[in-house]
Ligand binder design. Structure first.
Ligand SMILES: [Mn+2]
Length: 351
């Protein structure tokens, strides 16, 4: 296949593979458990929750009792289209059962678990066996068994492969969950992390009975009026430094609109389409300062590396961190992001 002009070719084929002995070892550990807890990261997204649900349903088919748990107690309205939500426990709302093994999916580290982890640090200190299934490049491999592939575009892709390795049949609800996870992290097979393999896995899931339409509606089309209200407020406050386009969201804005933080997730991707910007940022005001969501447009700007300088992490094109302090710390942060992004970016590579 030729490429026209200076348009780069497709990304290299994704070659990651789950070692059969590792898959068997994970299943053996999970089978030894009386009960497994599968907590999601805070600000749960489609990939995290759908992967947790799919994994628990698959485990049930091999006789393992496992429960997905929303660790920060907040189920985003946009995820209510997922199947088997009645099986999901919400921390702080539902009583958690006794458990003896933990399986973390889509969490780069244990601190990502939010209030579940801060309320019960002893559960995550290594005394309870842990399986770690993830695709974040910043994953610190905290598990007793780690199934971590940063080349995978979503954790759901890894779960699909793991279920295959375990020989568990791919039922229609499992396929529906996994396709939702893939669509969630790839924005409907559109991000640069999306490989031909991601698309093949998605096609296999459709063949297994998954229906993309309710996923596209649920994730990208249908939104509450409160989201439009929040976007209206956020867009009015947008500032553009030339390199960084950003806006800040305050509690007052969320209150005025009756909106929740997850309703701002699409906004950062919208801002990223601004010509001339390298990085888009949304700053969520909190008690100690700001929680920041970062996205990069050019492939050579690695926001995971930028976020890491501020104690955060994520993916090269989508990452997050926190700023402690007030307006001065915020301005210093934004200036540093601009400086780092400019240093990383080769303008001659623009097309
Ligand atoms: Mn993910």
């Amino acid at each position: 296949m030729g490429t026209a002009g200076n348009v780069p070719g497709p990304p290299p084929r994704s070659k990651w593979a789950i070692d059969q002995a590792t898959a068997d070892g994970a299943l053996a550990l999970l089978r030894r458990a009386d009960r497994v807890l599968v907590p999601t990261h805070q600000n749960v997204d489609a990939d995290a929750l759908a992967s947790a649900i799919a994994l628990c349903v698959a485990l049930e088919q091999v006789g393992v009792e496992a429960h997905p748990v929303i660790s920060d107690g907040n189920l985003p309205h946009s995820l209510t289209f997922l199947p088997f939500l009645d099986r999901v426990l919400t921390y702080g709302v539902d009583a958690l059962p006794e458990f003896d093994v933990l399986c973390l999916v889509d969490s780069s580290d244990r601190r990502r678990l939010g209030s579940l982890q801060t309320d019960h640090p002893g559960w995550f200190d290594g005394s309870i066996p842990m399986v770690n299934i993830d695709h974040h490049v910043t994953n610190d491999r905290f598990g007793d068994i780690n199934i971590v592939f940063s080349e995978a575009a979503s954790t759901a892709e890894i779960i699909a492969e793991l279920i295959r390795a375990w020989g568990v049949p791919l039922s229609e609800p499992i396929a529906q969950c996994l396709l939702a996870g893939i669509y969630g992290d790839t924005l409907g097979l559109r991000t640069s992390a999306t490989t031909s393999r991601t698309m093949r896995t998605a096609a296999d899931l459709v063949d297994a009975g998954a229906n993309p339409e309710p996923i596209v509606d649920g994730l990208f089309r249908v939104k509450p009026r409160s989201s439009v209200c929040l976007w209206e407020h956020a867009l009015r406050e947008v500032e553009w430094t030339g390199v960084v386009i950003w806006t800040a969201l305050t509690d007052q804005m969320f209150k005025a609109c009756g909106a929740v933080p997850s309703e701002a997730e699409g906004l950062v991707n919208f801002l990223l389409g601004t010509e001339g910007s390298l990085v888009a940022a949304i700053l969520f005001a909190n008690d100690t300062g700001w929680r920041v969501s970062l996205r990069s447009l050019p492939p050579d700007v690695d926001v995971a590396a930028i976020a890491a300088e501020f104690g955060g992490g994520g993916h090269p094109r989508a990452a997050g961190c926190s700023i402690v302090g007030g307006a001065e710390e915020k301005d210093r942060f934004l200036a540093r992001v601009a400086e780092l992004a400019t240093a990383m970016h080769d303008p001659t590579a623009d097309r």
